[in-house]
Design a protein around this ligand. Structure first.
Ligand SMILES: [Fe+2]
Ligand SMILES: [Fe+2]
Length: 320
């Protein structure tokens, strides 16, 4: 799989990519699309009698496609189905697989507390319907992505058993060329919403000990239904909001509830020395057209000083 740098050198990138470097960073080496909490139901029944989870997922994926991004992977951080029904996984697959083929990117399915491992395994992974944790390792052109399974069968809180932690320790014993990202459902972060702390990830100290000194550069998570970020054992943690419904954080913490608005996904850009997580709202809004591929191309013909003169210098405004 070609990295963004390789694609640019091969002239394969979108026309909006500058032919020359405008800033101090080389283009991102890797791009991920981070989506979470689809919560599909069999027969596309409305979730809670209110939310069109399949329609909202379709709108999210259409928004992803409008970005023109060609990601190295599309990561779904859990709660893929609301009740773990086989038809929900079949519906999810029917929507996501053609999308992933168009983007030519692998899909990383992460289990969440609303999922059921046996149905997820048979419905999405074509594997035996067992209660084994749903884990995996991907080599995305030098960036290693490790999916952990923080679910506990029969419960909604999160945990990581000794077997999974030992497996993770063994995987991390060999560093990857461009470092490692971990994806799991329950974020190792506090929430200001009391309901989520009841369901928090257990054994976080043990997880911290396993990743200490390793090449882990970031953690992707879901579960909260709102976008947030923090750090865990010194490693950035980014939580993508949900596609099904999101938490209305305008309310006091004790009475926050879901609303059919605010859905978003994250564009994750992996640079050599940093990683950015850009929250993309799933909305259609009238948008200006000043910046265009032609504008970028014209900027590319200028020197760095000319670009500053053209685009950075403040112009005198007429009084009034
Ligand atoms: Fe969820
Ligand atoms: Fe969850």
């Amino acid at each position: 799989m070609l990295s963004a740098v390789d694609r640019r050198l091969a002239g394969m990138d979108a026309p909006s990519t500058p032919a020359v470097q405008f800033g101090r960073h080389d283009p991102a080496r890797h791009t991920l699309v981070h989506v979470s909490d689809t919560h599909l139901l069999a027969g596309n029944r409305p979730l809670g009698g209110r939310f069109d989870t399949e329609g909202n997922l379709a709108q999210t994926l259409e928004a992803v496609e409008r970005t023109g991004v060609r990601p190295d992977a599309i990561v779904f951080t859990g709660d893929l189905a609301d009740l773990g029904e086989p038809d929900a996984y079949a519906r999810l697959r029917a929507v996501v697989e053609p999308f992933a083929e168009r983007l030519d990117a692998p899909v990383v399915w992460v289990a969440g507390n609303h999922d059921e491992r046996p149905a997820l395994r048979s419905g999405l992974l074509d594997s035996a319907p067992t209660q084994e944790p749903v884990t995996g390792v991907w080599d995305l052109g030098g960036l290693r992505l490790i999916a952990l399974d923080s679910t506990v069968p029969g419960w909604h809180h999160g945990d990581l058993d000794d077997g999974q932690l030992e497996w993770l320790r063994a995987e991390l014993s060999t560093p990857a060329a461009h470092g490692t990202m971990i994806a799991l459902h329950h974020p190792p972060l506090p929430s200001h919403l009391p309901l989520f702390d009841i369901l928090e990830l257990r054994r976080q100290d043990e997880l911290a000990a396993v990743i200490a000194g390793s090449d882990v550069r970031g953690i992707l998570a879901g579960h909260l239904h709102y976008s947030t970020s923090g750090s865990f054992a010194g490693i950035p943690v980014n939580v993508a909001a949900a596609t099904c419904y999101t938490m209305n954080l305008q309310r006091p913490a004790a009475s926050v509830n879901g609303m059919d608005a605010g859905q978003s996904f994250h564009l994750v850009h992996v640079y050599d020395d940093t990683i950015t997580h850009s929250v993309v709202p799933v909305v259609e809004a009238e948008t200006g057209d000043y910046f265009s591929p032609e504008w970028i191309a014209r900027m590319s013909t200028l020197t760095a000083d000319q670009r500053l003169e053209e685009f950075s210098r403040k112009r005198a405004q007429p009084p009034g």
